[in-house]
Design a protein around this ligand. Structure first.
Ligand code: PMV
Length: 314
């Protein structure tokens, strides 16, 4: 039996779209911060019966992505049937990157349980097979997933620039269109998809520079721009992928007002209605209070920069 933990990551330069070839490869370079506090904990042991069994938050579930992932893994390694128990201390499948922390924790636990001998780079490559964003959750701090090998790597450790993320939860409903299907829809139908895909490299370079120089305003400008471009692609897909609700929009407005009044903070939003406000430690209380006051915000959660995936019970 082995237990591993991993944390979600929030992309400041996002990918939305996959290459048309095997390996779950993003269409453009992307860059994230790994969060602390929000945690997936996964325990893997030998299955009692003659098939795999997966429990998510104490409920036995069939998960096609997990099944497919195990099929791929067994093409390379002889792994017995597994009992997998995974739990999140945050809402699952609602745009909080639970698949990123989920696959990062899963491969880390399987590696320890089945003694596969994978190092961090290989763990990250396997995590990417489950969900491309999961490749980033293997690593701590500021993490890039870049061509040509599409291997994730830490470009700056958490203490380089200890940013904080305040998550405003505006709905805990499971998202209606998952990211794999949504990305395919955007690739096939959004008139802006090509521009989005080709502009990713410039956004990545600008964000990397801003992080290197700890230039908050520059990072705020490029991260919000990149996020809004992705949502422009989503909204112009057919049928439209509209992940926001009215509280999402209200949170964006509050964050803009805070920034205009001198609080360094910017927003980013993934394939769900939650708003992530990135700020410095001294502004966390102000940002949390302002977001809690927004109608429709159910709760806020505050996270620092997190570590990579870890085995907790070998
Ligand atoms: O790799 P997935 O299936 O978790 O999709 C991630 C999609 C976004 O969160 C919207 C963007 C990103 O780069 O994390």
């Amino acid at each position: 039996m082995a237990t591993a933990t991993a944390h979600p990551n929030i992309a400041l330069v996002k990918y939305w779209g996959k290459q048309d070839k095997p390996g779950n490869l993003p269409v453009s370079p992307n860059l994230s911060i790994t969060l602390s506090e929000l945690t997936t904990t996964t325990t893997v042991s030998a299955a009692d019966g003659n098939q795999d069994a997966f429990w998510l938050n104490d409920v036995r579930v069939e998960d096609k992505k997990v099944d497919q992932f195990l099929v791929h893994l067994r093409e390379r390694f002889a792994i017995e049937n597994l009992q997998i128990q995974s739990s999140n201390n945050f809402p699952t499948s609602a745009g909080l990157a639970s698949s990123a922390s989920g696959f990062a924790a899963l491969i880390t636990a399987i590696n320890a349980h089945a003694d596969l001998g994978l190092n961090a780079v290989a763990l990250s490559e396997w995590a990417r097979v489950g969900s491309a964003s999961a490749a980033r959750s293997i690593f701590a701090g500021f993490v890039a997933l870049v061509p040509p090998l599409w291997r994730a790597q830490t470009i700056a450790p958490p203490d380089h620039w200890p940013l904080h993320t305040v998550v405003a939860v505006t709905s805990t409903a499971t998202k209606s269109v998952g990211s794999t299907e949504g990305m395919k829809r955007s690739r096939l139908t959004s008139p802006f998809y090509k521009t989005w895909a080709t502009s990713g490299s410039d956004d990545f370079a600008q964000a990397s520079d801003a992080i290197g120089q700890r230039d908050f305003d520059a990072l705020a400008q490029i991260a919000e721009h990149n996020c809004l471009k992705m949502h422009a692609v989503m909204l112009t897909s057919q049928p439209a992928l509209a992940y926001w609700n009215s509280a999402t929009v209200a949170c964006m407005e509050v964050i803009r007002q805070l920034r205009a009044a001198g609080t360094p903070v910017f927003f980013t939003i993934d394939a769900g209605p939650q708003v992530k406000a990135i700020c410095l430690k001294q502004s966390v209380a102000t940002v949390e209070q302002a977001l809690q006051d927004v109608a429709g915000v159910q709760r806020t959660m505050s996270c620092g920069m997190g570590p990579g995936a870890q085995v907790t019970v070998p």
